[in-house]
Design a protein around this ligand. Sequence first.
Ligand SMILES: Nc1ncnc2c1ncn2[C@@H]1O[C@H](COP(=O)(O)OP(=O)(O)OP(=O)(O)O)[C@@H](O)[C@H]1O
Length: 281
Amino acid sequence: MKVALVVDIIRQEEKLIVKTLNEKQINYDIINVAQEPLPFNRALGRYDVAIIRAISMYRSLYASAVFESVGVHTINSMEVISTAGDKILTYSKLYKAGIPIPDSIISMSPDATLKAYEQIGYPLIDKPPIGSWGRMVSLVRDLFEGKTIIEHREMLGNSALKVHIVQEYIKDKNRDIRCIVMGKELLGCYARNIPANEWRANVALGGNPSSLVVDDKLKEIALKAASVINGEFISIDVLEHSSKGYVINELNDTPEFKGFMLATGINVPEKLVNYIISNFS
Ligand SMILES: Nc1ncnc2c1ncn2[C@@H]1O[C@H](COP(=O)(O)OP(=O)(O)OP(=O)(O)O)[C@@H](O)[C@H]1O
C-alpha cells in the first residue's frame, strides 16, 4: 500500500501522522502543495490513499480533486471538503436531514444583513461562510457594531466574505464541544472552555481543553452530522442550547487534534493509520 500525505505546512498533527506511518512501516510520500505542482497524470494513481491535510481549504479541495481524477481514495473526498469548507453548504445538508443547527439567516447585501440583524435580535453572531480559527466570527451587541461589521466585510475582496451568516448567540454553557468521527466510529469528544477575556472557545484563542462524558444524544448527533456529509475523518463542533439541546455549529474536514489528544488521551494518528490499513491495504 502507498499513501500520499498532502500538506501545505507541517504542524504538530502532521508530524504525528508521519511518526505513526513510520512506526507502522507504511510506504508514503509527503506532497507539499505549497512547493510542488500537481499534474493531472495517471502516474499519480500509484497511491492507494491520499490523506489531505492542507490548511488552506482551496488547496485541500483542489488536491483531492486531482488525486480523485486518477482513482486515488482521498480522506476527505472533494465532495466532503467542498461541503464542510463552507458553513452555508454544511447547514443546508444538516437542516435538510433534521439535525439541529443554530437559528441562522443568510444575507447577501448590507440591506439584507440589517434586516437579518433585526429578525434575529441582539446580541447575535455574524460570520462569513468560509474561514477558520474563529477569524471574522463576530459578536454583534447592537446596531452600531453591526453597521461596522457590514462596512468592514464590504471592503474585502472575496465575494464569499461579503455573505453573512447571522445567527443566534448560544452562550448557555460557556464552552463548546468538539468531537472527532473516523469512518463510522465516534473517536470521542472534549469540551473547550471559553477563557475570561474571550467569548469564543477556539484553542488557538486560549480556549482550554477538558474531558467530557459523552452521552447517547451527543454520540448520535455527532455520528449523524458526519454521515450526512459523507465525512470520513471529520471534527464536529457542537454548542449546547438551553431549549434545543445539542446543536451543530460546524464541521471540519481537516481536523486539528492536538487539544483532542490532550483532553481524551486518544491517539488520533494511530486511529487514522489503522483505519487506512484495515480499509485500503
Ligand atoms: N452562534 C454562536 N453562539 C455562540 N458562540 C459561537 C457561535 N458561533 C461561533 N461561536 C464561537 O466562536 C467560535 C468560532 O466559531 P466557528 O467555529 O463558527 O468559526 P471557525 O472560524 O470555523 O472556527 P474553527 O477554527 O473552530 O473551525 C466557536 O468555537 C464558538 O466558541
